[in-house]
Design a protein around this ligand. Structure first.
Ligand code: HAM
Length: 433
């Protein structure tokens, strides 16, 4: 451990110095405000879980990215790479005593050993919003509405981002309609999930490689090129099971339009989601410019709770990361200003006034104000300069005359205007709510 480099931050991890913490705080407080406005309750679990919770439940991609090790008690454990398996495990204990539908949200820090790139790190915070115990499409629409409002609440607009929606049941009907056997569906979903990045030629090659019949490869490729609802209807105009599978999506759309959020939602055949457990409507949020990875992903997962030994309950939810969202907010100039600030800076002229000033400072803090002061004896001019550096709005100056009169000179640091106030009236100003 001799060179400084041994103490470099690990790749893919972040420090949050106050400037960066301000953005994180803005994102978290908006997520909490919006989730609570829909009546969701906050929960959390441990960051370390049994490794077995993720094997098979999350799908191969996430398992390859696990931070896992054997603990000193010989248990195979992993840092949580996502929250959904933990939620399923927690509900296996608590769901029977909890009124349905269960509507919970959480903001866990998650860990995935990914190749770091723009929008993808090895740790991130993720808003998780889930409804458990409701199979109807109204729940699917509501979680998507929470996702959209969580991004809108940060100042982003319809011109900035879009929710792309699909339904795995529809994709299954399309695959069956094309003669792709059910045994190939999972492998086929993996290829379609990557199609946006891979392009048509590579996607067709991959489909052929897993054994998809030649005629079907062409139609899937057409849907990858134009994944719109109109194209699905055109290609399957006479195929009843496919048309029937469109019904939940139509109801979903109707609800989101009624909420005034229809303009944020588009159908996209290529959105199938990488994770193994989804069973119905799935969605992802993207920046409209298409420059960044997904902001958010989610969908219905009706069998996961049973898989981890819990009550067989239908469920739907999403995860929204802070990394891509942060990039987008910075790009649009919507990150908060981060200059330091406080309400009052106490200044004492001589050591004799220090006790009076400290007492006043403490009482102001108890009334909800933020107060700072110097730690060392200093001339008034120096203390005033420090007050400005601290971003204080007001200096409270106590000298021998003020102390004798039970008063203070109050100086507005923006305008320089001054007045003398009795300490009592300063301290009894209405508390900040
Ligand atoms: P996910 O698609 O793996 O879904 O992740 C959701 C979101 O988390 C992504 O859209 C992205 O914003 C963010 N994210 C994921 N990995 C990273 C990373 N390495 N760096 C930065 N951000 C990342 C899930 O995790 C599901 N469990 C979501 C869910 C909840 N489904 C139902 N309920």
């Amino acid at each position: 451990m001799s060179s400084d480099r041994s103490f470099a931050r690990l790749p893919g991890f972040r420090d949050f110095v106050p400037g960066e913490f301000a953005l994180r705080h803005r994102i978290f407080s908006t997520w909490r405000r919006v989730s609570r406005s829909y009546g969701f309750q906050e929960y959390d679990g441990p960051p370390l879980e049994p490794l077995a919770l993720y094997v098979e439940k999350s799908g191969a991609e996430i398992v390859e990215q696990l931070y896992n090790f054997r603990d000193k008690g010989g248990r195979d454990v992993a840092l949580r790479p996502e929250m959904t398996p933990s939620l399923a495990r927690i509900l296996a204990i608590h769901s029977r005593q909890t009124p349905k539908p269960i509507r919970w949200f959480s903001i866990p820090q998650l860990f995935r050993y990914e190749r770091s790139q723009r929008g993808r790190l090895r740790e991130h915070f993720q808003l998780n919003v889930d409804i458990v115990g409701e199979a109807g499409v109204a729940a699917d629409a509501e979680v998507l509405a929470v996702a959209i409002d969580s991004v809108r609440g940060l100042g982003l607009k319809e011109s900035d981002f879009v929710a792309r929606v699909n339904d795995r049941r529809l994709v299954a009907e399309i695959m069956l309609g094309l003669g792709i056997p059910a045994s190939l569906h999972t492998a086929c979903l993996v290829v379609v999930d990557k199609a946006g990045r891979a392009g048509r030629t590579k996607t067709c090659d991959a489909l052929r490689e897993i054994g998809v019949p030649a005629g079907a490869v062409e139609t899937v490729a057409e849907l990858v090129d134009d994944g719109s609802l109109a194209n699905v209807r055109r290609l399957f105009a006479n195929h009843r099971p496919v048309l029937a599978a469109l019904e939940p999506l139509e109801e979903h759309r109707t609800i989101l339009y009624a909420m005034g959020l229809g303009g944020f939602v588009e159908f996209d055949f290529t959105v199938v989601r990488g994770l193994a457990y989804y069973t119905g409507i799935v969605f992802e949020l993207f920046d409209r410019a298409g420059e960044l990875r997904a902001i958010c992903g989610g969908g219905r997962y009706d069998r996961l709770l049973e898989l981890v030994g819990g009550e067989p309950l239908p469920a739907v939810g999403f995860g929204m990361g802070d990394v891509v969202l942060g990039e987008l907010l910075r790009d649009r100039g919507l990150a908060p200003r981060t200059a330091p600030s406080c309400d009052y800076f106490m200044i004492w002229v001589q050591a004799e006034q220090r006790a009076t000033a400290l007492d006043a400072a403490h009482r102001l803090r108890e009334a909800g104000r933020s107060v700072m002061y110097t730690y060392r004896p200093q001339a008034v001019g120096k203390q005033l300069r420090q007050a400005a550096r601290c971003g204080a709005a007001t200096a409270v100056i106590i000298g021998p005359d003020e102390a004798a009169a039970g008063a203070a000179t109050i100086r507005d640091l923006a305008t320089g205007s001054q007045q003398t106030l009795s300490l009592e009236s300063l301290l009894t100003q209405r508390a900040v709510p």
